[in-house]
Design a protein around this ligand. Structure first.
Ligand SMILES: C[S@@+](CC[C@H](N)C(=O)[O-])C[C@H]1O[C@@H](n2cnc3c(N)ncnc32)[C@H](O)[C@@H]1O
Length: 491
């Protein structure tokens, strides 16, 4: 029998879990989820050293692998930040400019170092031969290449001998990503170097006449003495590569837009007004899918002939059936379209608002007014950081992937799952592309990344009310807004 006088010891509170262990076990859970998909779909393992792309590197991935890769990238980055000495981390990252600079060296040297390495296949190129062909000093080139190998671009198979691997394979000449990186790692990066100065000068009028009406001084302009678009016009080599890269970017970064949004809910006979349409590739896909849909592609007058040409070639039937019209419309002027009883306009602004500051976005939105009857729908497709809602429950990485396993994208959207702990906002580094694209627009165009709260405010100032925000297998999200009734006039 126990002693009735024995006092029960109060239970010791359990020690909080070791954060590193939590991160690593979450990482294991995300890797497990990804491996299961590879097994079920009989896909090969991810490899770093082979330059052959993995089937999931482009095209539409299944939802679990889309989110698992984000989680793995985010968790690995947090694991590094947890164990690395803060002093070392701050010093290393403050020198991170070396990464774009080194990328620029291998892409822009003549001939490009990346192409020379690619040509040598598995044998690899020695730094001495690369130096001989490009005229760059061998010791300096090796030190630049080692910046890249430490970021897993290229593999140094024996001291001073380099082969192409999967990450570096997209840099070769002719690849759309290499095209974009030549701009982002060069002219854009140089412009960014004076961003802190430009931010202090925010508000000064721009010197360039064209830009005076549109922008304040951007970092790009401060550095290059020309704003972005006029600069691109004067640098046709970059213009061509930039344009080629942008038109193919969707394949890599936004594969899910056309199938992850519930387009059919917009109705059977819709006229999609694509504002700042560019070539209007998504609109073309939708018109091919919905035979009763029509479209108005709106862009600058100078852009229209190339747009029309693209449609005449790729969607001859739709052009011949008059289901598409091409409207020269400056979106800073009031639209020439008018709402009528049978217009059925649905407006779409895709990848446009992130280029502009609030003042200009408001003009674009308000200028749609005469065409947008109360109750009309507007879809804004834009890069948006994922931020947690204040009342969101916390779930683990395992709970997240158990929850979405076997579900399609629509079912996942309806679950409204929060980003799992310990990743929190933006999947940590997992959504770095989205976050950085927003900030890059500050350097290039004096715009800024917007989250859902910013967009809600912006849209509401132009009498559009946000109805939903849809997560897609895309760097962009789709925000649906409804045109409000005009406020009654005061008595
Ligand atoms: C980043 S692109 C986006 C193109 C397309 N919406 C997409 O998602 O691929 C921006 C588009 O806005 C157009 N644009 C720029 N300024 C404009 C203006 N003032 N009026 C109308 N369109 C304009 C450009 O010609 C270009 O097609």
């Amino acid at each position: 029998m126990g002693n009735a006088n024995t006092k029960l010891e109060p239970e010791k509170p359990s020690a909080p879990p070791d954060p590193l262990i939590v991160l690593v076990s979450s990482l294991n859970d995300a890797v497990d989820a990804l491996q299961k998909v590879l097994q079920v779909r009989q896909l090969p393992a991810f490899e770093l050293d082979s330059p052959i792309p993995h089937p999931l590197d482009s095209g539409l991935p299944d939802p679990v692998s889309w989110f698992a890769r984000k989680a793995i990238v985010g968790l690995c980055s947090k694991i590094i930040a947890t164990v690395e000495s803060p002093a070392e981390r701050a010093l290393v990252l403050s020198n991170a400019w070396l990464i774009p600079v080194a990328l620029n060296v291998v892409i822009e040297s003549e001939p490009p170092v990346v192409d020379l390495i690619a040509e040598t296949g598995e044998i690899g190129a020695t730094v001495t031969s690369l130096a001989g062909k490009t005229g760059i000093d061998a010791a300096k080139l090796r030190s630049i290449l080692r910046v890249l190998t430490s970021e897993s671009f290229f593999k140094e198979i024996t001291p001073g001998r380099y082969v192409l691997n999967r990450p570096s394979s997209v840099l070769v000449t002719g690849n759309a990503i290499g095209d974009l990186v030549s701009f982002t790692s060069g002219p854009s990066m140089r412009g960014g170097s004076v961003l802190s100065k430009a931010l202090r000068h925010d508000g000064l009028p721009a010197g360039d006449k064209y830009e005076e009406t549109v922008f304040k001084q951007t970092a790009f302009q401060l550095y290059h003495q020309k704003a972005l678009y006029p600069w691109l016009m004067e640098n046709p080599r970059y213009l061509t590569r930039f344009h080629r890269g942008m038109t193919q970017l969707e394949l890599y970064m936004d594969p899910g837009i056309s199938c992850d949004y519930p387009w059919e809910e917009l109705g059977e006979s819709v006229t999609l007004v694509d504002v700042g349409s560019g070539r209007g590739g998504l609109t073309m896909t939708l018109l091919k899918r919905f035979p009763k849909w029509k479209a108005v592609l709106q862009d600058r007058a100078e852009a229209l002939s190339a747009i029309r040409e693209f449609w005449e070639k790729e969607a001859t039937d739709i052009v011949d059936a008059d289901r598409v019209s091409f409207l020269a419309q400056d979106f800073f002027q009031v639209t020439s379209l008018r709402a009528t009883d049978d217009s059925h306009y649905v407006f779409m602004i895709k990848n446009v608002l992130h280029n502009w500051g609030d003042e200009h976005c408001l003009k674009i939105l308000r200028n749609l007014g005469p065409a947008a009857a109360p109750g009309s729908t507007l879809l804004v497709c834009t890069y948006m950081p994922a931020i947690p809602q204040p009342d969101e429950k916390h779930i683990t990485v395992k709970e997240y992937f158990d929850g979405i396993s076997g579900k399609d994208m629509r079912e996942i959207q309806e679950m409204h799952l929060p980003i799992p702990e310990p990743l929190w906002a933006d999947w940590g580094y997992g959504n770095a592309y989205e976050t950085r694209s927003g900030a890059a627009m500050t350097g290039l165009l004096n715009a800024a990344g917007r989250d859902i709260y910013d967009l809600r405010n912006l849209l509401s100032a132009a009498s559009w009310e946000v109805a939903s925000s849809t997560q897609m297998r895309s760097a962009a999200s789709m925000i649906k807004a409804i045109k409000l009734q005009p406020a009654p006039l005061p008595n």
